[in-house]
Design a protein around this ligand. Structure first.
Ligand code: HEC
Length: 89
């Protein structure tokens, strides 16, 4: 029984991480819980299309910031999911 509960907990945890790449990729460490801001600018409630554009610009180097040029690369393919999550906060 304990093993079944543990397995269920793992499935639930993995599910929520997949649904939330903002947490999985560690963006939260600098941009704060739900994008409220911390050592890096707040992202909560920003326009989703604007967030996607910033991430693409960091990826291409059109926008330069050493930290974000690296972090945005990790977010490749998940820009929209991250932006939708933050825009909803
Ligand atoms: C190690 C700290 C750190 C991590 C981790 C980090 N960021 Fe950032 N982020 C920054 C800093 C610092 C800036 C401000 C860059 C600048 O001044 O141009 C920034 C800027 C941004 C911006 C533009 C905000 C604005 O107001 O112009 C977006 C969008 C963003 N980050 C998204 C993310 C996402 C998504 C992740 C996770 C994949 C992430 N960041 C991870 C430090 C971080």
């Amino acid at each position: 029984m304990k093993k079944i509960l543990l397995a269920a907990a793992i499935v639930l945890t993995v599910g929520s991480v997949q649904a939330n790449p903002y947490m999985a990729l560690g963006c939260v460490g600098c941009h704060g819980v739900n994008g409220a801001g911390a050592s890096a600018p707040a992202l909560a409630g920003k326009d989703a299309a604007w967030i996607v554009k910033q991430l693409k610009d960091f990826q291409s180097g059109a926008r330069k910031n050493a930290t974000m040029n690296a972090m945005a690369g990790m977010a490749a393919g998940q820009e929209q999911a991250i932006a939708d999550f933050l825009a909803s906060k």
